[in-house]
Design a protein around this ligand. Structure first.
Ligand SMILES: Cc1ncc(COP(=O)(O)O)c(C=O)c1O
Length: 371
């Protein structure tokens, strides 16, 4: 036997190793008698993470995708030309853009409505095929009644699908299927990762037919989560609850501090009703006092512990301006229509010492208010 032949076939037998943490299955192919077949279909690390997600969501099924946007795009593929998609008008900027592009290309009738009001919910078209929304919303963290939206949508069309982007509540604080949703979706890049080091998307459902369709879409379009990302996310999930609780505790203290600050005219924090939404962490929005808006660059420059950029829900704090950041892909007129101006600042509260964050914000406000 040539040493190259021997080298090519050299591998350890993992059947009898019993590790306390699942190793990374960094392989694309499995032997013909393996139940895994091919990593684009299934991989042990991805399957393990999907089980973790189903446990947390208390759902029958979970499907992991390469990013949150891939998860949203997979959901859109449940629609066909001529269908009607209703989306709440307050939504992450890239989702907004994706809906516009996708619906135009595939002849889907798209309606952006204000689903935070009863009138908005009732104005859903009769032939609605799918309604999709975030709660709490990005931006402004408004909350929607999942039950009310689902009841009206299904009264108008019993086959209508209700999809909730639950990224900001997480299954720890809100479980959309309990209130009538068919699918919950997540950017796993946010809280599930929590460390700004991995991207992912998760879809959960209790409907076997939807689950199969989402799996087929993932298999054929190839937006699968890679084993390394699944492994990192699975590891992050071990500290998920403890991180969320720490984020939540600091967020409330900073919300109260901002509310009393003279440089701030409004703080946005969701309505935790204790029924649908039982907690909240991290993402805070506030309006800068109007005469300070032009000083925003100095404000962020003065902050020591808040990194700038689009990252959110991670161990380190972040500051951003949605007008030019998360919602940059929307036209200025579209942003103004939903009340999004350059006055709005977004904070993502990390796990730093709370007093350090307050001191940091205090210094940055002092810099822009004393000149
Ligand atoms: C609510 C929400 N959904 C989906 C996404 C997209 O997720 P990803 O960046 O993982 O593709 C984001 C990203 O910020 C988001 O805020």
């Amino acid at each position: 036997m040539h040493k190259i032949t021997k080298m090519l076939h050299e591998r350890i037998d993992i059947a009898d190793t019993h590790p306390v943490v699942t190793p990374i299955f960094q392989n694309s192919a499995f032997e013909a008698h393996s139940p895994y077949f091919y990593t684009r279909k299934d991989n042990p690390n991805v399957v393990e993470l999907e089980r973790v997600m189903s446990v947390l969501e208390e759902s029958e099924f979970a499907v992991c995708c390469s990013t949150g946007m891939a998860a949203i795009a997979s959901v859109l593929q449940l629609l066909k030309p001529g269908d009607v998609l209703v989306v709440n008008q307050l939504i992450y900027g890239c989702s907004y853009k994706l809906f516009q592009r996708y619906c135009e290309q595939f002849h889907i009738d798209l309606h952006f409505l204000d689903l935070t009001t009863e009138a908005g919910i009732l104005s859903m078209p009769k032939n609605v095929s799918m309604v999709l929304f975030e709660s709490p919303t990005n931006p402004f963290v408004h909350t929607l009644s999942i039950q009310q939206v689902a009841t009206v949508a299904k009264a108008k069309n019993p086959n209508a699908l209700v999809v909730v982007d639950n990224t900001w509540a997480t299954p720890l604080y809100q479980q959309p299927m309990k209130w009538g949703a068919d699918i919950a979706l997540y950017s796993a890049t946010k809280y599930f990762s929590g460390h700004s080091d991995v991207m992912g998307g998760v879809l959960t459902t209790n409907n076997a037919e939807i689950h199969q369709k989402l799996r087929d879409t993932r298999f054929y379009q190839g937006a699968v989560m890679d084993p390394n990302s699944a492994w990192l996310l699975r590891r992050s999930m071990q500290t998920f609850e403890i991180r969320m609780k720490a984020h939540a505790e600091t967020t409330v203290i900073i919300r109260d501090w901002l509310e009393k600050h003279p440089g701030v005219t409004k703080v946005y924090y969701p309505n935790i009703d204790g029924v649908q939404l039982t907690g909240y962490a991290t993402l805070l929005f506030f309006d800068l006092r109007e005469d300070l808006i032009d000083r925003y660059p100095d404000f962020i420059q003065s902050l020591k512990w808040f990194d700038t950029g689009t990252g959110m829900a991670c161990v380190t704090s972040m500051v951003a301006r949605p007008f030019t950041g998360s919602h940059a892909s929307m036209a200025d007129a579209e942003k103004l229509q939903i009340g999004l101006t350059s006055q709005l600042v977004r904070l993502s509260i990390g796990l730093e010492n709370t007093q350090d964050l307050i001191d940091d914000l205090s210094t940055a406000f002092a810099v822009i208010m004393n000149h």
